[in-house]
Design a protein around this ligand. Structure first.
Ligand code: EPU
Length: 334
């Protein structure tokens, strides 16, 4: 366990917002939970922070930030068909992907390049290029923070949906995820439902190497490099509306991009709505909308939390005026 007082969070959020927390608690082993319990940390204001790639701090955090940093990838089952691995929450997401690549395990390769920690993956069911974490998650382990009771939830019990899970609903703020179990396939197969990816792959041999290189190329062509430009990936979720509302909207805006969503609904592209509302590439001070992908809000250097907040509220309001759609932030705003 390592504890820092009055600690800057600048290096712990990919927006690079320079706010402070009262106490920063690095859990470098699972047993540190006993110290957290003894110090009654969970009974006072606290926030569990993984890689900080999906959070916007709008002010100093008066409380304890708990950063699970314990690592490990254990093989729980291994057969000719699949391997079941138990990944500790503090593993870097890309280290999990690289483990899969080294061991020729299929299923998560389309999720290469997503910043963050393994423990965060089930929370919002991270997804990209036609794959979601839920496609390979078999169970999630953790403990409840009010009584320290351990739990194991099956994938079904996690109630995964688009950028959603039980950890964003019933268990929000009530648990700490310690391990995620993934079942990966040993049979070569790929998900090529995303058009830009299938177009690229049509030109070359399919392999884990070529598909991951292709995904990194597509990502880099649209998303900023978080080592250079502060951002938290997609700022808003893609809105899901009823078929009926979609038809009315489509009558006014025939070029709207749409995808079928569960429950006879329609998923729109928030990036397109923001672009149509005229925000793509706009910048006020150091806060801006990324010119290559309107769903990404960026901090070009010294943007204050107020500037970013002001910007996202303007975007929200203009999209609402133009399409009568209320965008929901995907990022946690604290
Ligand atoms: N589009 C625009 N203008 C824009 C951006 C997008 O018109 O500025 C249109 C595109 O032309 C396309 C559609 O919107 O037809 C969808 O865009 P894209 O394929 O770039 O994906 P997205 O819906 O914007 C989602 C995820 C990303 C993920 C990509 C690729 C959400 C909120 N975001 O973005 O996830 O990488 O798909 O699969 O679902 C993240 O969560 O941080 C993230 C980057």
């Amino acid at each position: 366990m390592i504890v820092y007082w009055n600690h800057s969070l600048k290096d712990h959020n990919t927006f690079s917002i320079d706010v402070r927390c009262t106490q920063f608690f690095v859990m470098d082993q699972l047993d540190d939970r006993h110290i957290l319990q003894k110090e009654k940390i969970f009974a006072s204001p606290h926030y569990i922070l993984g890689g900080g790639s999906n959070v916007l701090f709008t002010k100093d955090f008066a409380g304890t930030i708990i950063h699970p940093a314990f690592k490990g990838i254990e093989v729980m089952e291994d057969s000719d068909q699949s391997r079941l691995i138990r990944v500790a929450a503090g593993e870097e997401w890309d280290d999990v992907i690289n483990y899969c690549l080294r061991n020729r395990l299929y299923g998560l390769e389309n999720l290469i390049g997503i910043p963050g920690c393994a423990g965060s993956a089930p929370v919002q069911n991270i997804g990209a290029y036609g794959v979601e974490a839920k496609d390979c998650i078999e169970r999630v382990e953790g403990f409840l923070t009010d009584n320290m009771q351990p739990f194991t939830l099956s994938a079904e019990e996690c109630c995964f949906g688009y950028r959603n899970s039980i950890f964003k609903k019933k268990l929000k703020g009530k648990c700490l995820i310690t391990h995620v179990w993934f079942r990966l396939s040993k049979t070569e197969h790929y998900t090529l439902t995303y058009k830009a990816l299938s177009d690229e792959m049509a030109q070359q041999n399919l392999s884990l190497e070529t598909i991951t290189q292709s995904i990194l190329r597509i990502r880099n062509s649209k998303l900023p490099d978080i080592r250079k430009i502060g951002c938290a990936g997609s700022f808003f979720k893609n809105p899901v509306i009823t078929e009926e509302r979609f038809q009315k909207l489509q009558a006014q805006h025939p070029d709207l991009v749409s995808h079928p969503a569960p429950g006879k609904k329609v998923k729109l592209s928030a990036g397109q709505l923001i672009e149509k509302a005229g925000w793509k590439g706009k910048r006020t001070g150091d806060a801006g909308i990324y010119p290559l992908q309107a769903l990404v809000l960026v901090n070009y250097g010294g943007a204050s939390p107020e500037e970013i907040q002001h910007l996202y509220k303007q975007v929200y309001s203009d999209v609402r005026k133009m399409f009568n759609i209320r965008l929901t932030p995907e990022v946690n705003i604290l």
